[in-house]
Design a protein around this ligand. Sequence first.
Ligand code: NAD
Ligand code: IPM
Ligand code: MN
Length: 334
Amino acid sequence: MTKVAIVEGDGIGHEVIPVAETVLELLHPEYEYFAVDVGYHRWEQTGCPCADRDVEALKMADAILFGAITTPPMKDYQSVVLRIRKALDLYANLRPVVGDGFDIMIVRENTEGLYSGIEESGPDRATTLRVVTRAGTERIIRKAIDLAKQRNGILTIGHKANVIKSDVFFRDICLDMATAAGVQFNDKFIDALSLDLLQHPDRYNVVVTTNMFGDILSDVASYLVGGLGLVPSANIGDRYALFEPVHGSAPDIAGKNIANPVAALRSAAMLLAHLGDTSGSERIETAIQKVLASGIKTLDLGGTAGTKEFGGAVIKAIKREKNRTVLSRCYRLY
Ligand code: NAD
Ligand code: IPM
Ligand code: MN
């Protein structure tokens, strides 16, 4: 039986993930769903935000739907999100940004770079080691090349090789592999690329970059489609896969029923595409687009619908569309 782990996490995770879970349960009542409770609230209660057994529970799932986790204000804190990505070796973070006239897939390396965790902090100096390995680079660029081929699109390599040696290393491996693969490609410095992506999104298709550049670029790129409430992501490794909004726990709006659940719903759509249900994935996206087109929107998009009301409208739209032709896209991850 297909097993799906559900992690609400913190903040608006408690609001947007139940909406996405309801949709998954509607489309796949036959899956087994189980909750894994990790996050800041667990740290407040027990002093431990994520136990080893929670990581082991996540490994039992065929796919994980994940909300977001608040960073606790503690010294030497190890991020739960980063721990899970590393423990499950989820090396490819795919962040699709799709709008009128553009369809961009940001492919972010997800296990090394500035997130190596190799760091120290003294009274007068703090350092973080930016680790870029050949194996880590080859596997992410292989993923990006596969996606560029499948989408018949150009591959853009984002880096800062004008300044950082580890990015000379990254860029050179990327250029060699892209040349050998015969895909159309170019490369750009990440700062210039960030602006150009906003000015000319139609010139981009697959964008591959290192961990932290990809983190920042994906928040920036969400501007193209209406903000963080809209952009989902897949964290994929060779064995495990986790799907989560690009946004965080948004403590500033948590508990008010105003968060936009679209990023979480789209993460559920990516999860279904991963599990092979492309039609279910398309049905979720079609329903989201219909509801938005009908004028039902959350506050971030200038509307008045609450998280629950928007979710209810999407569920109705999915039920209504049950036997009709699907109009929109499916997320292709492989
Ligand atoms: P954030 O993404 O949570 O919020 C940034 C801004 O976007 C806020 O103003 C918020 O209200 C708005 N926003 C985010 N999602 C929204 C939605 N669905 N609908 C409407 N508005 C939305 O980033 P932040 O405020 O920098 O971080 C808050 C916490 O989340 C921090 O503790 C951070 O470490 C954590 N975080 C976790 C993850 C994760 O678990 N994957 C990702 C990013 C940030
Ligand atoms: C994201 C988040 C995480 C990251 C944090 C919470 C560790 O910002 O998923 O984009 O930096 O990767
Ligand atoms: Mn981020």
